[in-house]
Design a protein around this ligand. Structure first.
Ligand SMILES: NC(=O)C1=CN([C@@H]2O[C@H](COP(=O)(O)OP(=O)(O)OC[C@H]3O[C@@H](n4cnc5c(N)ncnc54)[C@H](O)[C@@H]3O)[C@@H](O)[C@H]2O)C=CC1
Ligand SMILES: CC(=O)C(=O)O
Length: 323
């Protein structure tokens, strides 16, 4: 169970979060941070200044009646990349999004270029800043953000498969007729095509999955993994983007960091022996990733995770060749 939250009015008076990219995702994250405050100030940064300022004005309307709509007096304002470099948490949702039929890795060339220039524009970083990558392909960009920023490796992380794990939990909850909060299960590896479900470790309220099936039912694990993996594509096909799920989950990662909550989350980060960034469960606190938790995966799952890492190393190596 998550530890009780600290009083947001105490902590929020001291912390600042910058969001790079004031598009669909950045503005959803900002709204979540207004309704569920974890910092006193949220700063939006985007080279499209008209869009950025309009988003700030629109979001500002959500901060006024905070007693009525939730939240607690968060200030939202426009800022520069230099301002962002001095914030406690810097969320990077700057970059192109997939069009229908594109994969996340198709965005690599465009978004790597944006990441490099955004990081250069933010320097020098505040020493204890935590960079949280949300833009895609999130694992590859997390690898390069670590390299470009020069920040300690625990302080550079990506939202990774936190969103996929939330999707998996939702699907399982429905099939098992339990609350999603009681489903403990993770999608690991790449936030993308090679992701894998750690089926052997899924529990429902600490009870192994197989003992929780409804009478006369079987779980089609392959179909559930596919539904989880393909959920984003289906939403993008219908409405052009996904934003609310990642908005809420990014807000919650910011809270884990700023309130030093020590929650366990599947988060993309540097894994030395795999020579890439991918998602494994980590303990999250004010210094970012405090430690990685090793799951007792079976042989087949270990092989799938190794395949995901190998694919990610391939993308990194391709990206190294981009001028
Ligand atoms: N990790 C995840 O689970 C998810 C990731 N995403 C990713 O988030 C990214 C953003 O998606 P949307 O908000 O829908 O796109 P969008 O196109 O609505 O917004 C992107 C914004 O980034 C801005 N931008 C470009 N260069 C910038 C720079 N140097 N500094 C600051 N801002 C800059 C653009 O001007 C634009 O306003 C995409 O890469 C998308 O694939 C989206 C959903 C979930
Ligand atoms: C777009 C994306 O990465 C997602 O919704 O999973």
């Amino acid at each position: 169970m998550d530890p009780p939250a600290m009083d947001p009015n105490v902590l929020s008076s001291r912390s600042r979060i910058a969001i790079l990219g004031a598009g669909s995702v950045g503005s959803s994250i900002a709204l979540c941070l207004i309704l569920n405050p974890v910092a006193s100030e949220v700063i939006l940064v985007d080279p499209k200044v008209e869009l950025r300022d309009a988003q700030v004005k629109d979001l500002g309307d959500a901060t006024t009646y905070h007693g009525a709509v939730g939240g607690g007096g968060v200030k939202i304002r426009s800022g520069t990349h230099k301002d962002a470099g001095q914030c406690d948490v810097i969320v990077i949702s700057a970059g192109a999004k997939q069009r229908h039929g594109e994969s996340r890795t198709d965005l690599l060339g465009r978004n790597l270029h944006i990441l490099r220039s955004a990081i250069n524009d933010m320097k020098p970083f505040r020493e204890d800043a935590v960079i949280l990558i949300v833009a895609n392909p999130v694992d590859v960009l997390t690898y390069f953000a670590r390299k470009f920023s020069g920040l300690p490796e625990g302080q550079v992380l990506g939202s990774g498969t936190f969103l996929d794990s939330a999707r998996l939990r939702g699907i399982l909850a429905e099939k098992l007729d339990v609350d999603a909060g009681s489903v403990d299960g993770y999608v690991l590896g790449e936030h993308g095509e090679t992701q894998m479900v750690a089926w052997s470790c899924v529990t429902i309220g600490a009870v192994p999955l197989e003992q929780c099936l409804l009478p006369n039912t079987v779980l089609d694990r392959k179909a559930i993994a596919k539904e989880t993996r393909e959920k984003a594509g289906k939403i993008i096909q219908a409405k052009g983007a996904t934003a609310y799920g990642i908005g809420a989950l990014t807000g919650s990662i910011c809270k884990s960091i700023l309130f030093d909550q020590r929650n366990v989350r599947p988060i993309s980060h540097w894994i030395e022996e795999m020579e890439c960034c991918l998602s494994l469960p980590v303990v999250l606190g004010r210094k970012g990733v405090l430690r990685t938790l090793r799951m007792p995966l079976n042989e087949e799952e270990q092989a799938s995770l190794a395949e995901s890492a190998s694919a990610l190393r391939g993308f990194i190596s391709d990206a190294e060749k981009i001028p």
